[in-house]
Write a protein that binds this ligand. Structure first.
Ligand code: HEM
Length: 151
């Protein structure tokens, strides 16, 4: 255990305590599922740059997981190679049919790893609607509605 202390204006904590509170799989998988959903609706809406951004952020969550939970590193790399890379390729080619096929395979891939890791009851399902706080259409078509001033 290290004696190195981290200080904030609230108080002190040891560097080990700081490490302990970094996100683990529960938090990072929640992020993963949300990013996966967002990538789907962005690609469907024709916002390919947003789709790439969302999958890049999913990869960032995987990178964090590899540091905080190294026992999953090999699986996360394997998942990336087998399932994420084909989705990235479809995004690059702006190929919706290819995207949807690769996306559905990625869902099955997540089942494989949840089974393998003892979470057979964890099943990602695509929400029926896109998250409402993000514009999923082509960026050039975006218009922010100007509210008319009343009174
Ligand atoms: C190598 C790939 C993967 C591994 C090793 C893995 C592992 C795990 C583990 C260990 C948990 C349980 C976390 C906990 O509560 O402690 C979990 C939960 C979960 N995973 Fe994964 N997973 C993988 C890929 C994915 C993918 C690709 C998705 C989505 C597309 C996904 C979505 C989820 C969701 C939604 C949960 C439940 C999170 C919650 O508690 O709300 N996982 N996963």
């Amino acid at each position: 255990m290290s004696d190195i202390k981290a200080k904030t204006h609230h108080g002190e904590m040891t560097i080990d305590q700081l490490a302990e509170i970094q996100p683990g799989m529960a938090a990072l998988m929640k992020e993963t599922g949300e990013r996966y959903t967002n990538a789907y609706y962005a690609a469907k809406g024709g916002n390919w740059k947003m789709a790439a951004h969302q999958l890049n952020q999913l990869r960032a969550a995987f990178r964090t997981a590899k540091v905080t939970r190294p026992k999953y590193a090999e699986d996360l790399d394997a998942y990336d190679k087998e399932y994420l890379q084909p989705i990235f390729k479809a995004i690059h080619d702006q190929d919706w049919d290819g995207f949807e096929k690769a996306f559905r395979k990625g869902e099955e891939g997540s089942d494989v790893y949840h089974d393998k890791r003892g979470y057979p009851y964890v099943r990602y399902v695509l929400p029926k609607e896109a998250p409402s706080s993000l514009y999923m259409g082509p960026p050039e078509k975006f218009r922010r509605e100007q509210k008319k001033e009343e009174g």
